[in-house]
Design a protein around this ligand. Structure first.
Ligand code: AMP
Length: 274
């Protein structure tokens, strides 16, 4: 692994390489990130892992300030992997003087769930991901299904901007009790961590209920159950046919249940196919 803070140094290293994988992250790397990185390594000659906490995608300065950062540890985790290039830019390198969100219009799916709860978030994500894709022109770029709406957004962006990159969606990696791995999990105290374990229980329960109940019955049952969980405040629980979420790309018809909640002060999201 080699780490660089300037994209120009990295471009020199990869411009003669057959295939380049890009894994954008905000750091505090965990097994979820590492699974994307391993997949990228198995499918590309070189892999660029970007580590950058993108201020443009945060809705509050407090959330941005609290977001866990652990660059030393991150680089240590990547140390053992050859063919990895870590890109660790600062704000100036990433945005120069132009730290502004680009305004995208990807229709309906950016107006529900995360798009509704976090206004401007997807414009911030789109801005940084488009910059990274144009900077490195990777063959493949890897994103987690844990942030499913984000994955759809990126596919829509690539299609609309006619970028030549293959977007690869990767399965969600979970803790032993099923909690989706997230950099934010380390901000939970012990009782909050226990409550967070209920998120996957609710999603699994929804899957069972939906086999024999209507959408409304399933929702009602899950909302009632969530009310009983200590420290957990549900922001939304929704079920969607993912092929309806965007007119921008076709994908297999698939029904997914989505949850966003606050556990204590920490906001967590997850989703499963049902
Ligand atoms: P983040 O650092 O949270 O922005 O995540 C960087 C990438 O890793 C995104 O594409 C996420 O969807 C993905 N990711 C985060 N957590 C997980 C997980 N538990 N399993 C799989 N991918 C994940």
């Amino acid at each position: 692994m080699r780490a660089y803070s300037s994209h120009k140094d990295i471009i020199k290293l990869v411009n003669k390489v057959d295939s380049v994988g890009l894994v954008p992250t905000m750091g505090s790397l965990h097994e979820g990130h590492l699974s994307l990185i391993r997949r990228a390594l198995s499918e590309n000659e070189k892999v660029i892992v970007s580590i950058y906490v993108n201020p443009l995608q945060f809705n509050s300065s407090d959330d941005l300030k609290k977001y866990p950062r652990d660059i030393k540890n991150d680089l240590q985790k990547l140390e053992a992997l050859s063919d990895i290039i870590a890109y660790v830019p600062n704000d100036n390198e990433m945005y120069k003087k132009d730290k502004k969100k680009k305004k995208y219009n990807f229709g309906q799916f950016t107006k529900i769930m995360e798009g509704k709860m976090r206004p401007g978030h997807f414009n911030g994500v789109g801005t940084v991901v488009e910059k990274l894709l144009r900077m490195f022109n990777p063959t493949n770029a890897y994103f987690g299904e844990k942030d499913f709406q984000q994955l759809i957004l990126i596919k829509a962006l690539v299609r609309e901007q006619k970028l030549k990159v293959n977007i690869v969606g990767c399965k969600t990696i979970r803790e032993d009790d099923g909690l989706a791995m997230s950099s934010r999990n380390k901000l939970l105290n012990n009782t909050e961590r226990e409550s967070a374990g209920h998120i996957i229980r609710l999603l699994n329960k929804a899957r069972e209920l939906y086999k024999s109940s209507t959408l409304e019955e399933t929702k009602r049952n899950i909302l009632k159950d969530a009310l009983m969980i200590e420290n957990l405040n549900l922001e939304y629980f929704e079920i969607h046919d993912t092929s309806d979420l965007s007119g921008f790309f076709e994908q297999e018809k698939e029904i997914r249940a989505f949850i966003a909640c606050k556990v204590g002060n920490i906001r967590l999201i997850d989703n499963v196919t049902i």
